[in-house]
Write a protein that binds this ligand. Structure first.
Ligand SMILES: Cc1cc2nc3c(=O)[nH]c(=O)nc-3n(C[C@H](O)[C@H](O)[C@H](O)COP(=O)(O)OP(=O)(O)OC[C@H]3O[C@@H](n4cnc5c(N)ncnc54)[C@H](O)[C@@H]3O)c2cc1C
Ligand SMILES: O=P(O)(O)OC[C@H](O)CO
Length: 581
């Protein structure tokens, strides 16, 4: 279904002229999940985002669908209980992006360690129990187990053997966060949602009874401003949630979030080889745990967790973040000797953590249990739960949480919306179980995902695509690859691109609201983050093909090229590297 610059203008006209049942402000995973459930219930729904869909935190995560085993240490049991069950659900509805990827958790005898050999076994048993991985569970082959020191070093020989006690191994899942967002948005759009990116909410509007009944928006592409009206408005703007609440001047009281920054660094697998995702204590007694994860022939590791007061749209990697992570990684993998020059890509994201002040906080109906913390807690001790609140004027805010529990957060929001619209809801709308709604691209047997994706890739080769292109397209687009193969039958390769690359780009421009080269190379595909060695081969071809498609004039094309070059230079830490010379 077309979802492009052409449909954007049509849908803006509808947003201007048609009153919605629900407007969702913020198209990260939280807003996308709400928009999908509302549209599935047949609500006339609008979803706006001031950036690209997924442009915020939801494209800057550790790219895991995971239960957060470390949260058991901070007694965030509700978060773990929700998220650990959600992993298999998301694998079912988004099987091309979410795949089982068992984690090794090495245990060291070091100060401030999060787990010991005893406590990690207790945690993993609880983790498996909460996820139902026991008895005749179809996932029983992933049941957790322990390894002694020798077995651990046999599995992962690069690990530092000093003070190593052994390791736990338990199930978690890999994920493609930005595509999980866009596939949810596309599904919501297929279900009737009016979804428009680059539209910024700049004001909450009210009726005579001082109830929120609309927003004023600024079109970041055209500069136009206009109003959108809706019965219910929900603020799902992640780290910006307090800023959007401040646009509700009449009722805004105080901030609720404690945003913290998390950084990941990417090196080639030849510089740091890990057999599977590994998760270990930082060894610096700060309560942090660090992931090292193999992906697309690279290894990425993170994250930091530091209070952040900068521009949420542009969190940057600082020297202190690089030093912190390299210091830990070089200690845990003593033969690696990584330096900043080994870093091929990086990204920084801002956690929308809920800081629930101990005294006098507004009643928060916690969708997944944001427990109490205050500004004296270390960032990693702050709850990863979410909160669902309603202001006096009816503006709903859904914030915090994890990407993994986005469906549960949306379920909570839908129940509140159902209560608010009571009669109208019961007459016109029917809640659907989103655990049974495949996201776009997920229409294949999730119980045999690997075989199915191999079959889809084979179809691509039969359609004339190079095998490597067909495999990449199958893994990124899932069942939508068949549409891309149809594109390939009707086109010629664009300058500087293969047939597969051209067809995938055309599909993304026509059906994924891909408006800029950064949208495509950073979020719809892995080029900037995990394919930096071949990025230069496709970059110019992508820009030229998009410029032809959109008819950019010279100035606009130059602006997009500058934006892209800046994004790549930042990802590669070129600024920090030159200072280190
Ligand atoms: C370093 C790091 C690692 C993480 N790793 C994981 C992980 O592996 N697994 C996991 O489950 N969770 C992980 N998380 C948590 C997860 O990423 C977040 O909980 C989730 O992405 C938040 O999504 P969101 O939709 O609430 O916010 P966002 O994704 O930030 O979306 C909010 C959107 O609102 C838009 N917006 C803001 N203001 C306005 C406005 N005025 N008008 C219109 N639009 C607006 C923004 O452009 C943005 O796109 C991680 C987080 C971080 C920072
Ligand atoms: O919020 P943390 O500290 O668990 O960090 C995010 C992880 O890297 C993945 O969820």
């Amino acid at each position: 279904m077309a979802f492009s610059i052409k449909t954007r203008q049509e849908e803006i006209e509808r947003l201007k002229n048609e009153k919605l049942d629900l407007l969702v402000i913020g198209g990260g995973i939280t807003g996308a999940g709400v928009a999908l459930q509302a549209s599935a219930a047949k609500m006339k729904t609008g979803l706006i985002d001031m950036q690209d869909f997924g442009g915020g935190t939801s494209s800057r995560s550790t790219r895991l669908v995971h239960g957060g085993i470390r949260y058991l240490k901070t007694f965030d049991v509700q978060v773990v209980s929700d998220t650990v069950k959600e992993r298999a659900v998301i694998q079912h509805i988004a099987p091309h992006m979410t795949q089982p990827d068992p984690m090794i958790l090495p245990i060291y005898d070091e100060p401030g360690t999060t787990f010991t050999m005893f406590s990690v076994k207790v945690a993993m048993d609880l983790y498996d129990h909460l996820a139902g991985i026991e008895g005749d569970s179809p996932l029983i082959k992933y049941a957790n187990y322990m390894m002694d020191k020798e077995e651990t070093l046999k599995r992962e020989p690069q690990l530092n053997s000093e003070n190593l006690q052994g390791a736990g191994v338990y199930l978690d899942y890999q994920n493609n966060d930005s595509r999980l967002v866009v596939e949810n948005v596309k599904k919501a759009h297929d279900l009737g949602c009016l979804a428009v990116s680059r539209l910024k909410c700049i004001r909450i509007l009210h009726n005579d009874q001082m109830q929120a009944n609309g927003v004023r928006v600024h079109d970041n592409l055209t500069g136009e401003e206009f109003e959108i009206h809706a019965d219910v408005i929900i603020n799902t703007s992640g780290p910006w949630s307090d800023l959007v609440r401040q646009e509700d001047k009449e009722v805004y009281k105080k901030p609720r979030l404690r945003p913290t920054k998390g950084v990941h660094l990417v090196v080639d697998q030849s510089r740091l080889t890990v057999p599977q995702p590994t998760y270990f204590g930082s060894g610096t007694a700060d309560g942090r745990m660090i992931f090292t994860i193999p992906r697309e022939g690279k290894t990425y590791f993170g994250t930091t967790d530091t209070d952040f007061t900068g521009d949420y749209a542009h969190p940057t990697v600082e020297q202190s973040d690089v030093d912190y992570l390299l210091n830990i990684i070089n200690k845990k993998y003593p033969a690696a000797h990584l330096t900043i020059d080994d870093i091929e890509a990086s990204w920084a994201g801002v956690r929308p953590l809920i800081e629930v002040e101990v005294e006098g906080n507004e009643a928060a109906d916690a969708a997944t249990g944001a427990s109490v913390s205050d500004s004296t807690s270390a960032p990693s001790a702050v709850s990863r739960g979410s909160s669902l609140t309603e202001a006096e004027d009816g503006l709903i805010t859904l914030a915090g949480g994890k990407l993994t529990d986005y469906r549960i957060m949306a379920n909570g929001a839908m129940k509140k919306i159902q209560q608010k619209l009571h009669d109208k809801f019961s007459k016109n709308f029917t809640l659907q179980d989103s655990a049974e709604i495949k996201v776009a691209g997920g229409d294949f047997d999730s119980d045999h995902a690997e075989e199915e994706l191999a079959r889809i890739a084979k179809d691509g080769v039969a359609a004339g695509l190079a095998s490597e292109d067909a495999t990449e397209i199958a893994n990124l687009f899932g069942s939508q690859a068949e549409q891309i193969y149809e594109y390939a039958q009707k086109i010629k390769p664009a300058d500087g691109l293969s047939l597969g690359e051209t067809a995938a780009l055309d599909y993304s421009l026509n059906e994924e609201m891909t408006l800029t080269p950064v949208d495509y190379l950073l979020r719809r595909t892995y080029h900037i983050l995990f394919k930096s060695d071949t990025l230069s081969q496709v970059k110019d071809g992508v820009v030229k093909h998009m410029s032809d498609y959109y008819g950019w004039d010279k100035a606009l094309k130059e602006q997009y090229i500058n934006d892209l070059d800046h994004e790549i230079a930042e990802s590669r830490l070129e600024g920090l590297k030159s200072k280190n010379k």
